[in-house]
Ligand binder design. Structure first.
Ligand code: ADP
Length: 257
């Protein structure tokens, strides 16, 4: 429990730092973007077109990165509503399958009685895709990738800092490399990556972490070196009666100016 507390405090200070920096970089990028627009309109030499285009792309790339950082720092409001997660996963299945490759066997294992959860469906899909891409990358020699859903009833603090209650649990598991303990303990940090330069940004899991925390949930790594990894997301279930679990999804745990 102490470890979990330490981890969440660490993530919170990293979040505050990155949120503040991302915010400032975003402002600088927008100054550059509007300046570039003026210059593009005024340009005389048509040979400049390529330079302008590559500057434009660099600014867009920077903006995407800062968006990802802000998502980690939980500065983006969610568009949350009660959703059937199984239906979201099934609707997104072909994209998830395409993220794999021929040597990866893809399986869905969905609990037909899964409770709905209050979440932002677009952000959920992007989180799921991040987990699936990581699972694929962990299996360069092929293997099995499973996306499963289950209802779970938890006691107070049984999983991280979650309150007692019912949760929809979504697990992405692979039969890949697994993570050494030092990688698992840093995996959610922004910019932490073990992938080659150009292959990984280290922002995927930090984004997922921010989104899940903001949704009142928790994400847990269960990894065995040489055997594989299971990444499990817990999201507060909407109770059977139709009222949402008592969680304010737009509550900001981090206050970043
Ligand atoms: P990136 O994928 O760009 O490296 P992430 O934040 O998504 O960034 O992941 C951080 C690191 O966590 C990865 O570089 C990898 O070392 C580790 N990791 C994430 N998912 C898995 C997995 N399923 N199996 C093994 N290692 C993983």
């Amino acid at each position: 429990a102490n470890r979990a507390l330490f981890q969440s405090q660490k993530m919170e200070s990293i979040g505050q730092l990155t949120g503040g920096i991302a915010h400032d970089i975003n402002n600088l990028l927008s100054v550059l973007a509007s300046g570039l627009e003026v210059l593009t309109l005024r340009r005389k030499d048509s040979g400049d077109a390529k330079t302008f285009e590559s500057m434009r792309r660099a600014i867009d790339r920077g903006a995407t990165l800062t968006q990802q950082l802000l998502a980690f720092a939980r500065q983006q409001p969610l568009r949350a509503e009660a959703r059937n997660i199984n239906r979201l996963i099934s609707g997104f299945e072909s994209v998830l399958r395409r993220a794999g490759n021929a040597s990866i066997e893809f399986a869905l294992d969905l609990d037909p009685h899964l409770h709905s959860a209050v979440l932002d469906s677009a952000r959920f899909e992007s989180a799921l895709l991040n987990l699936v891409v990581n699972a694929r990358d962990a299996m360069p020699l092929g293997g099995r990738l499973t996306v499963s859903t289950r209802n779970v009833t938890l006691a107070e603090r049984e999983v991280g800092t979650l309150a007692a209650g019912t949760y929809a649990k979504v697990t992405v598991s692979d039969t890949g490399t697994g993570m050494p303990a030092d990688v698992a303990s840093r995996a959610f940090e922004p910019f932490f990556t073990t992938k080659e330069v150009g292959k990984g940004t280290g922002l995927g899991l930090s984004q997922v972490y921010g989104f899940i925390k903001q949704s009142g949930g928790e994400i847990v790594i269960d990894s065995v070196l040489g055997e594989g990894t299971a990444m499990s997301i817990y999201l507060p279930a909407v109770e059977q009666g139709g009222t949402a679990a008592p969680v304010n999804v737009n509550e900001r745990v981090l206050i970043v100016e």
